[in-house]
Design a protein around this ligand. Structure first.
Ligand SMILES: *[C@@H]1O[C@H](CO)[C@@H](O)[C@H](O)[C@H]1NC(C)=O
Ligand SMILES: *[C@@H]1O[C@H](CO)[C@@H](O)[C@H](O)[C@H]1NC(C)=O
Ligand SMILES: *[C@@H]1O[C@H](CO)[C@@H](O)[C@H](O)[C@H]1NC(C)=O
Ligand SMILES: *[C@@H]1O[C@H](CO)[C@@H](O)[C@H](O)[C@H]1NC(C)=O
Ligand SMILES: *[C@@H]1O[C@H](CO)[C@@H](O)[C@H](O)[C@H]1NC(C)=O
Ligand SMILES: *[C@@H]1O[C@H](CO)[C@@H](O)[C@H](O)[C@H]1NC(C)=O
Ligand SMILES: *[C@@H]1O[C@H](CO)[C@@H](O)[C@H](O)[C@H]1NC(C)=O
Ligand SMILES: *[C@@H]1O[C@H](CO)[C@@H](O)[C@H](O)[C@H]1NC(C)=O
Length: 859
């Protein structure tokens, strides 16, 4: 067996060895490459040739004299001729060392029964799609091929497998492929010459076997009697439950390690009833066949019936993928005590119950990916003592509390939002493509102390609870966090310590996380990190020391790096820095020259390392940008430097004065006022008396009175101090008691030169105030002048003001004042308010004249 395997291996090597470098239609002495060369006969080649490749030509005949003596030739490929081929007696006798003969896909018109004689070393004969009939089997064409291991007769026109007795002597034969022929029946009589042999592969895929004729199994007996098969492929034959059952009964006792029954039509499918699901009798015939692998994938099984596999005591691998399984009956897996791998992926399971996997005492790996499982009963996997891998990818799970202690857990592509109490002991956890949001789950997972590989890409990590202290993890080697939103986490200033204590981490993926900065020291504990991907983020700078110390491979392509410092890449052996936004100015000089001579392997195409700015260099490769002009600039550097110093000094002085003014503006204002008074000898304008009784009507909410009195009245109203010069009007003092409130307001408005509304929170809630505001506005309209002054007091937003229609109307058209927040600005503000009160509006008459004139012009 060892020798066979070596031969097979050699075959693979022979076929796979490189043929690059040899021009078409020529030979290098050992390999002669003549594919697609319009040849009509065998070309002369050196006697040292080991491989002769002649497919895709027009060769019509091969006779005993076609080939010169080529004692070294091991591989002859002469298939896929564009013309029909005829092969004469002992056609290959001059090729005594031939090991592989490939005639596949040549239409063989004539094949002499002795065509293959003399090929005593041949171990592989490829005769697929050659238009051959039963005759090749019946008439002993393969006599004396004592080394033959593999015979490929697929895609021919073979209707019956009557084998010539000479097959008995083919002691090396291991693998025969009859797939895609039309063999309607196969009985004991036909394969008699194979009895006593052990074959590793017998393929009968897609041969219409047993489905076109009704078989009398009493007469047909067991086609594989006394033949030991490692793999029997009877897939894609359209077998129903009845045919499979009859077949398994017929081959009772024959040893078959691996039975391939894929692409069957067993099972009722989804929504149909006419075809039966396999029942407990279907495999009873296989009881003594020691079947270790059974592949029933790609079928229509809807329901796994009770005791379906009860006779398959030796079964180790069961593949039920790509069926329509929706129901697992109680005891469906009864008897599968040695099963190690159970594959139910790509089915229609929606929920799992405690009893589903009962009896699977040895199962180590259950593959349930691509179902629709939304709920799993708590004990489902708990009693499977040997289980170490559970694949639940691409289901609809929202919770994971049912997961027992496992080494490997696949949970990607589910609907997990949080992971409450993760308490498994896995070393591999796959959670990609879920909906995890809070980094708390990552902190939680890092507490799984054995964990080595953690896959969390394509989640939604975007928040973090600052309460979590990093626990670190001394086993974690690979962490996949790509395609999340870590930028949102880190920009809050929290969780900058997620990677603290991951001292063994070797590979970290942070691609596609919208990162525009790296938190300082975020990688400082990652001393073992060798590979880091920051691909597709928005980083513009990499500050010194931001990369882990021993990093070897860095992918920072598709960021916005402007002018990276090559010093950062000292430890690297590979770097992908394509698709960034380099600014091709003198600062980039060090990077460009580093790029030109570095030993670091640069991944990606050099054409993708190019300038983003200035526009004249947009898209130009950094390798072709010249930085020579930068040297000339050196000359100007000293001049520039002194200019720079001068500029800095001036700027500093300016800033200092601005600062002083800003900081002590209240004091400055007082100084200014005092100086003004002294200079102009207190010639404060006297208010010209006019027809108004008051200078201003102060409209405010009575709840604000205390404040108004202190802040305004004391500084403006004559009654409060002799130094004040305004006669103000306000409700608490000047309204006529007992009079109608509206009348009072109207009187106040019409007898004051200006109306000052102190809009505060209380004002907005006070109906009278709002009413007064509207009246004041209507006076503005009738006067055609802006007598209304609005002062906003307190932190009212634009939105709060806009809610009131009259105020909205006002602030859309005119400016309003805001009471200053800083106490020192009050003096200045009161001065400004005084000026507003004094400001004379244009007379009513003059205004209306202008209006009339403009109306006249229009008409
Ligand atoms: C084969 O013949 C075709 C058609 O005459 C021609 O285009 C092609 O170049 C030939 N190939 C060789 C390798 O001579
Ligand atoms: C190949 O042919 C040459 C003569 O053309 C002969 O001398 C040599 O021995 C042959 N080699 C082999 C390996 O047959
Ligand atoms: C081929 O086998 C036949 C018997 O089947 C035998 O007579 C003959 O000598 C063998 N030929 C060779 C070349 O070994
Ligand atoms: C299966 O075998 C039984 C008994 O020989 C026979 O009656 C039945 O027709 C067979 N079914 C098929 C589909 O071959
Ligand atoms: C069925 O599953 C087994 C193991 O789970 C695997 O080895 C085999 O390749 C699968 N068959 C097909 C057709 O995918
Ligand atoms: C299960 O079968 C599917 C499809 O045939 C295959 O892709 C998968 O790898 C198998 N699982 C295992 C564990 O072999
Ligand atoms: C790159 O280096 C070579 C010498 O190794 C030098 O001739 C060339 O000018 C350099 N190119 C740039 C853009 O620095
Ligand atoms: C590149 O490697 C060579 C030889 O290994 C070494 O002499 C040279 O200094 C290296 N250059 C840099 C920039 O590391």
């Amino acid at each position: 067996i060892m020798a066979d395997h070596l031969d097979l291996l050699l075959g693979v090597l022979l076929m796979a060895s490189p043929m690059f470098g040899i021009p078409s239609c020529s030979s290098d002495g050992r390999i002669a490459l003549f594919r697609f060369c319009n040849l009509t006969e065998i070309p002369p080649v050196l006697n040292t040739t080991e491989r002769l490749l002649l497919s895709f030509n027009y060769i019509r005949t091969v006779t005993a004299t076609s080939f010169p003596l080529l004692e070294q030739l091991q591989l002859l490929e002469i298939g896929s001729q564009f013309t029909p081929l005829s092969i004469d007696k002992e056609a290959f006798r001059n090729l005594p060392s031939l090991r592989i003969l490939d005639l596949g896909k040549s239409q063989i018109d004539f094949l002499h029964p002795d065509a293959f004689q003399g090929l005593s070393h041949l171990f592989e004969l490829r005769l697929f799609a050659c238009g051959l009939s039963d005759v090749v089997l019946r008439d002993g064409y393969f006599r004396n091929l004592t080394s033959l291991i593999r015979l490929d007769l697929s895609y021919n026109e073979i209707g019956s497998l009557y084998l010539h007795p000479s097959f008995q002597e083919l002691n090396s034969l291991k693998s025969i492929d009859f797939s895609f022929n039309q063999i309607s029946i196969l009985c004991e009589e036909e394969l008699k010459p194979l009895q006593g042999k052990m074959l590793s592969l017998f393929r009968l895929k897609a041969t219409y076997l047993y489905i076109r004729v009704s078989v009398d199994w009493e007469k047909c007996l067991n086609p594989f009697r006394n033949i030991r098969l490692e793999t029997l492929d009877v897939s894609d034959n359209g077998w129903t439950v009845a045919i499979t059952g009859n077949f398994s009964n017929a081959i009772r006792g024959s040893q078959i390690s691996s039975l391939i029954l894929t692409y069957h039509i067993m099972g009722s499918g989804f929504g149909f009833q006419n075809l039966k699901d396999p029942d407990e009798n279907i495999f009873t015939g296989l009881e003594r066949s020691s079947v270790k692998r059974l592949d029933l994938s790609h079928g229509y099984i809807f329901s796994l019936n009770p005791r379906l596999f009860k006779t398959l005591k030796d079964l180790k691998v069961l593949n039920l993928s790509y069926n329509k399984i929706n129901r697992i009956a109680d005891k469906a897996f009864y008897g599968l005590e040695n099963l190690q791998i159970l594959n139910i992926s790509y089915n229609l399971l929606g929920e799992l119950y405690n009893s589903n996997f009962e009896g699977l005492r040895s199962v180590a790996y259950i593959d349930l990916q691509k179902n629709h499982i939304g709920i799993i009963q708590h004990q489902t996997f708990r009693f499977l003592k040997e289980l170490h891998t559970l694949d639940l990818r691409d289901n609809a799970l929202k919770t994971i509390s049912f997961i027992p202690d496992l080494l490997t857990v696949f949970l990607g592509g589910n609907k997990l939002v949080t992971l409450p109490n993760v308490n498994f002991k896995a070393n591999f956890i796959h959670l990609a493509e879920n909906k995890l949001e809070n980094l708390a789950d990552l902190y939680e997972l890092l507490q799984v102390s054995q964990l080595q590989i953690l896959i969390l890409n394509q989640n939604r990590f975007s928040s973090c609870s600052p309460s979590h202290a990093p626990s670190g993890n001394r086993n974690l080697k690979q962490l996949f966090l790509g395609e999340n939103m870590l930028q949102l986490v880190w920009e809050t200033g929290f969780c900058w310590d997620v990677f603290k204590g991951l001292s063994q981490l070797q590979i970290l993926y942070l691609n596609n996380n919208y990162l525009n900065f790296l938190p300082p020291g975020v990688f400082s504990d990652l001393t073992a990190l060798r590979g880091l991907s920051l691909n597709s983020n928005r980083l513009t700078v990499l500050p010194p020391g931001s990369l882990p110390a021993n990093l070897e491979i860095l992918d920072i392509s598709r960021n916005h790096l402007l002018s990276p410092d090559p010093g950062l890449f000292a430890s690297l052996s590979m770097l992908d820095i394509t698709h960034n936004e380099f600014i091709c100015e003198c600062e980039l000089r060090t990077f460009i020259s580093w790029l030109n001579q570095t030993n670091v392997t640069l991944l990606g195409s050099p054409a993708d390392i190019n300038c983003m700015y200035p526009n004249s260099l947009l898209g130009v490769s950094l390798y072709s940008v010249s930085m020579e002009d930068c040297d000339e600039e050196e000359v100007f550097k000293s001049l520039k430097f002194s200019l720079y110093i001068l500029f800095i000094v001036t700027w500093t002085l300016f800033l200092v004065s601005v600062l002083i003014v800003a900081k002590f503006r209240g004091f400055c204002f007082i100084c200014y006022k005092t100086a003004q008074r002294l200079l102009f000898h207190d010639r404060t304008q006297r208010i010209e008396s006019d027809r108004y009784r008051y200078d201003a009507y102060l409209c405010f909410s009575s709840k604000d009175f205390e404040w108004v009195q202190n802040a305004l009245l004391k500084h403006l109203d004559t009654q409060y101090s002799d130094r004040n010069r305004f006669h103000l009007c306000f409700e608490e003092r000047d309204f006529v008691p007992g009079e109608n409130h509206i009348t009072n307001i109207q009187a106040a408005i019409w007898s004051s030169r200006k109306i000052i509304c102190l809009v505060s929170r209380h004002f907005l809630r006070d109906g009278w105030c709002l009413e007064a505001f509207s009246y004041a506005q209507s006076r503005c309209l009738s006067d055609l002048s802006s007598v209304l002054i609005m002062v906003v007091v307190g932190s009212l937003s634009q939105y709060q003001l806009m809610k009131h229609q009259s105020i909205r109307g006002f602030i859309q058209k005119q400016q309003y004042l805001r009471w200053p927040e800083d106490l020192q600005d009050v003096g200045w503000f009161l001065n400004k308010l005084s000026q507003c009160i004094l400001k004379k509006e244009k007379g009513k008459k003059e205004d209306s004249r202008i209006q009339l004139r403009s109306i006249a012009t229009v008409s």
